[in-house]
Ligand binder design. Structure first.
Ligand code: HEC
Ligand code: HEC
Ligand code: HEC
Length: 425
């Protein structure tokens, strides 16, 4: 269960280590004999990592778990509450039962229904034993007295009756039902992905009120923010059906492999949470992801692409010139990058998938893969939004989507404009 927190460079993690000092995470090395309650706390600490509670409940530069982080969504700005054991401003006066009510049913003990910006829609599948362990861990933290600022939720979503109807329509209290025809590992993976890991909070398409279509993992444009969370089932997007187990585990823990790199929100999820998940649990997650990738593999890729007109070929050639000038040093003329340093654009599903959004955002804003123990000093990519005007941006992105054997739709200036405005349709 012990996981040594060695990631450098992240203040949040350092703070976390300091705050969690009273919990005997290093019990082995200091020869303490852990009591059952201590063991529950360190299990709880681990599970809170898997659920990434700290990632949402910590403001930039704030004390871990004391809340105050702003979450921008198309429904408004949510500000996460303080979940340290302070009796007045945190959850210090809550019982285990109250805590279960929040995670399992999305109800606060003061009678408030909670918004699904808190992913209880997924956590509802977490077992009582696991929520109790998380509760014990949170209660062992230093209480922080910090009031919860109020959310700024847009009309009509701020009307509680709407939340009431939403819950009636879309929220079902869940239990995780193991599939006995599958292995123990597969079931553990399914439990983590569908429950604490709350992958479908981002990776499932949501209806207009923000309800995720359960367990489909079909990919969606994230609400309120620009990134597109690709399908975890389609082989044309981020389905793992054709990947080796160790390739999946490497991507989820280090953020970079020979063929893929995690960016944007996924980089954050890996930096804050997945890199700390135990090898046996990551393996279970990978086994589950591989199975859902296979079950739903689609056959579209073999379709032949039309012969490109002269005009289109000339536009792609213009994009190619920009590529040679600005990108080739890192991504190489072969488009294959340098393994583990600069990602390959040739054959990359992030680059060729139907939605060009993430690729446009990567080129506009640049970025870093997550810094993880497996990749402690990631190389970055510079932003190009100041260098290219929209037409050039469209040309270079169209080029990389169609060079080196890649085949994908061309990107227009309208696509670029849309991405600049947060990717709203
Ligand atoms: C994606 C961001 C996100 C994650 C991850 C997250 N939370 Fe929250 N949480 C929220 C938001 C936003 C609210 C407030 C919802 C509301 O106001 O209706 C909230 C509310 C809560 C509440 C209710 C507090 C109160 O005062 O009513 C508890 C308890 C809680 N979260 C615990 C957790 C735990 C434990 C985890 C990890 C297993 C977790 N949260 C992970 C965003 C998150
Ligand atoms: C906060 C939203 C969010 C959550 C939670 C989330 N993802 Fe993602 N994920 C994204 C986005 C956005 C992308 C696209 C960026 C990218 O490709 O790296 C992505 C990409 C991916 C990819 C493809 C990476 C690549 O580039 O090939 C995989 C695999 C993945 N996610 C798996 C998971 C799993 C498993 C979980 C749950 C443990 C999860 N994600 C939770 C937002 C999220
Ligand atoms: C200094 C080196 C460098 C240069 C120059 C550079 N890149 Fe990158 N590129 C990177 C790195 C490092 C990443 C991984 C960043 C991340 O994960 O956020 C990356 C990521 C990307 C991605 C996302 C790939 C994926 O699988 O998600 C795209 C697309 C991309 N670069 C295209 C370009 C284009 C087009 C240019 C030229 C206009 C360019 N890059 C110039 C280093 C570079």
């Amino acid at each position: 269960m012990q996981k040594h927190i060695v990631s450098a460079g992240s203040l949040v993690i350092v703070l976390f280590a300091l705050i969690s000092a009273p919990v005997p995470v290093y019990a082995e090395s200091i020869q303490l004999i852990p009591t059952a309650s201590d063991q529950n706390k360190s299990l709880g600490e681990y599970l809170s990592r898997v659920g990434n509670c700290m990632g949402c409940h910590t403001a930039k530069g704030g004390v871990s778990f004391s809340g105050g982080k702003k979450m921008y969504t198309s429904f408004g700005v949510f500000i996460t509450p303080n979940i340290t054991p302070d009796r007045k401003t945190g959850i210090g006066h809550w019982s285990k039962e109250d805590f279960w009510g929040a995670l399992h049913r999305g109800e606060s003990p003061d009678g408030r229904m909670l918004y699904p910006s808190f992913p209880y829609t997924e956590y509802t599948k977490v077992t009582r034993k696991d929520t109790d362990a998380i509760f014990d861990y949170l209660m062992s933290l230093e209480p922080v007295s910090k009031d919860n600022p109020s959310d700024k939720i847009f009309f009509p979503y701020n009307l509680k009756p709407l939340l009431y109807f939403w819950r009636k329509l879309y929220f079902k209290e869940g239990v995780f039902n193991p599939d006995n025809s599958k292995s123990k590992e597969w079931n553990r993976g399914a439990y983590l992905v569908q429950g604490l890991g709350h992958c479908s909070a981002c990776h499932s398409s949501r209806n207009f009120l923000g309800a995720s279509q359960e367990e489909k993992f079909i990919g969606k444009k994230m609400t309120g923010v620009s990134w597109y969370a690709p399908s975890l089932t389609s082989r044309l997007e981020a389905g793992s059906g054709e990947l080796e187990i160790n390739e999946i585990t490497e991507l989820l823990t280090s953020g970079i492999t020979r063929n893929a790199v995690a960016s944007g929100h996924m980089a954050t999820v890996i930096r804050q949470s997945l890199q700390f998940v135990l090898p046996e649990d990551i393996r279970a997650i990978a086994i589950y992801l591989k199975s859902i990738g296979k079950e739903n593999s689609d056959v579209a890729s073999a379709e032949s692409f039309p012969v490109l007109s002269k005009n289109i070929r000339s536009r792609l050639a213009q994009g190619g010139k920009l590529y040679t000038k600005y990108c080739e040093d890192c991504h190489q003329s072969s488009g294959r990058g340098i393994p583990g340093i600069y990602p390959s654009l040739a054959g990359s599903r992030s680059v060729t998938m139907a939605s060009p959004l993430n690729t446009i955002l990567s080129v506009m804003k640049g970025g870093f893969p997550p810094n993880t123990t497996g990749n402690p000093r990631p190389y970055g990519m510079p932003p190009f939004q100041q260098i290219f005007h929209d037409e050039e941006m469209a040309l270079v992105v169209s080029y990389i989507r169609n060079a080196w054997g890649n085949h994908s739709s061309l990107v227009t200036e309208i696509d670029i404009e849309r991405s600049r405005n947060g990717g709203r349709d």
